[in-house]
Design a protein around this ligand. Structure first.
Ligand code: NAP
Length: 508
């Protein structure tokens, strides 16, 4: 498939006239052709008008029709073969094997939502039979959930496939019956176009209205802001920076009709080292933690950016093993020059803080846009006193916080911001401590793990990839897993409707 640099608005390929963007290979700094042509207000208007026009037809398609549509997209992505993987590799610097795995996850997510649709539970059909003899009489009440409306999706830089054009947000919105307008991430424009063309063709092949899907390109936040502000758009899915997510929330709230923004923003994913586990296998945990830290050059929202342990010989063993492992970890290419610059700035900021020592580094960078892994250390008292130590530094950077005792661990946990995940390394003898920590971690995070590491998010029915602010903008939802569809549905109650007027799921 040929990359043209055009936007995809409904069934058309449209050449934007507002800006020229270029894809960059972050490993070399070279510009990758072709030029991409960013759109403006008129293009947003056209995509949103088509989405609005498609909405009623699309939401009334059967679950089976939408399931088959999602499966066709999955098959189309797989059929792109090496063309997609090579382009994504060039644009992101991510290894080919990682991208092949991510393609599998992307297709798997689409197929998961096809299964969710066929199971039918997504609709949440609920019945309260009429009680005419009761005083006062109860009416016949039936409820189902319907699609919320056209959805704006912002592709994430760190998952060019699984959280981008046909990623989890798009898959769950399309499953719900919502047309989708994607704002392509400028970090992987060619990858976006390749996947966008697959969806565009699947829309056509399925005989769906063209406005079910559009892909916009744009520089300087203009397209993104216009999209969120457009009256047709009824919800937003976003993964990226805290400042970006907050800006989109503000734009959504400033509309005459405010709309929900599901933004996944920043998390440092604390890992608590409980005493018996530390005693039994401190060195092993140290090595494993560093493996998790450098995975994907630390560019995961679930990266373990904070480690908490109680002082003593066992923690010393953990630290020594972690630093030894860290020293052998190479610097590696980050996704974009901008993300690399933000990492360098974040590390410099942490390095400048009083009370925070830089205790170890990985191998120094030798190429462009490479991040060198780094570990800092501080005490609980200093950590709690300086909020800047909690800032997410997107990349392979982590802070070890040394506590005097369990009470200090609990006090620190209580001071943390909202997180996507919280991890406890524990053995049987730690259960009493864990029982005290768990209620705090439930309040602070969307996923509590034991004896694992937060990187690696299973796409499943019970998965929660969400959490209290600033991890996300809406604590009640997940952006990964089957229940991600809930974000794009809303309940409607039908009171005393004749059978002939009831939706199919509520008849009988
Ligand atoms: P980003 O700067 O937040 O951009 C993400 C998307 O949102 C882009 O399409 C961008 O459009 C748009 N956007 C950002 N700010 C906007 C605004 N004020 N108004 C309208 N649209 C806006 O994220 P990024 O480029 O992926 O990475 C930058 C930083 O985000 C990283 O260094 C890291 O700190 C953080 N990040 C965090 C996660 C996570 O999972 N926690 C993931 C990725 C990135 P434009 O292209 O037009 O700017």
């Amino acid at each position: 498939m040929h990359i043209t640099g055009d936007m995809l608005i409904g069934a058309q390929a449209v050449r934007g006239a507002q800006s020229t963007l270029q894809a960059i290979n972050p490993s070399t700094g070279e510009v990758l052709g072709p030029d991409f042509h960013g759109g403006g207000q008129a293009d947003v208007e056209r995509a949103c008008a088509l989405a609005e026009a498609a909405f009623d037809t699309y939401r009334h398609t059967s679950s089976e029709q939408r399931a088959a549509f999602l499966e066709a997209i999955a098959a189309g992505i797989e059929a792109l073969g090496d063309t997609l993987i090579e382009r994504a590799h060039q644009e992101s610097g991510l290894p080919v094997a990682r991208l092949q795995g991510e393609r599998g996850r992307t297709a798997g997510q689409l197929r998961l939502f096809a299964t969710v649709l066929r199971e039918g539970r997504w609709q949440g059909a609920t019945f309260d039979a009429a009680l005419p003899e009761r005083t006062p009489p109860r009416p016949d009440l039936r409820m189902q959930r319907i699609a919320i409306g056209p959805v704006a999706v912002f592709g994430a830089s760190n998952f060019p496939l699984a959280f981008s054009v046909a990623g989890g947000d798009t898959a769950s919105a399309l499953a719900a019956g919502c047309p989708v307008v994607v704002k392509a991430h400028s970090a992987h424009l060619g990858t976006s176009e390749l996947v966008g063309r697959v969806i565009q063709k699947a829309v056509q092949d399925a005989g769906l209205p063209e406005g079910v899907f559009s892909l916009l390109v744009g520089a300087g936040n203009i397209v993104g802001t216009a999209l969120v502000s457009h009256p047709a758009i009824q919800a937003v899915g976003f993964t990226g920076s805290r400042s970006g997510g907050m800006a989109l929330m503000q734009a959504a709230n400033a509309r005459p009709q405010p709309i929900p923004v599901y933004a996944e923003m920043s998390s440092i994913n604390p890992v608590f080292l409980l005493p018996a586990a530390l005693q039994a296998r401190g060195a092993e945990i140290g090595r494993q933690l560093v493996d998790s830290l450098v995975l994907g050059v630390g560019q995961f929202c679930t990266n373990p950016g904070l480690v908490i342990g109680i002082e003593g010989p066992a923690l010393d063993q953990f630290r020594a093993a972690a630093l030894d492992a860290l020293g052998g970890k190479p610097a590696a290419t980050m996704l974009t020059p901008g993300i690399h610059a933000a990492y360098e700035k974040g590390v410099a900021q942490l390095s400048s803080l009083d009370g925070l020592q830089r205790i170890g580094d990985g191998v120094a960078a030798t190429g462009v846009n490479q991040a060198r892994p780094v570990m800092f250390e501080t005490t609980a008292a200093q950590f709690v006193a300086d909020h800047r130590m909690q800032a997410e530094v997107f990349g392979p950077s982590t802070v070890l916080v040394v506590c005097r005792d369990l009470e200090e661990v609990l006090a620190l946990a209580n001071q943390l911001e909202g997180q996507l995940t919280a991890t406890m390394q524990l053995d049987d003898a730690d259960h009493e401590a864990a029982r005290r920590l768990l209620p705090v971690l439930e309040r602070k995070s969307g996923r509590v793990l034991c004896n694992g590491y937060p990187t690696g998010v299973e796409v499943a029915y019970a998965m929660v990839h969400g959490g209290p602010f600033p991890a996300t903008s809406d604590v009640r939802s997940t952006s990964v897993g089957a229940t991600a569809i809930d974000r794009f549905l809303r309940p409607v109650c039908y009171q005393n409707l004749p059978q002939g007027l009831l939706p199919a799921a509520l008849r009988g």
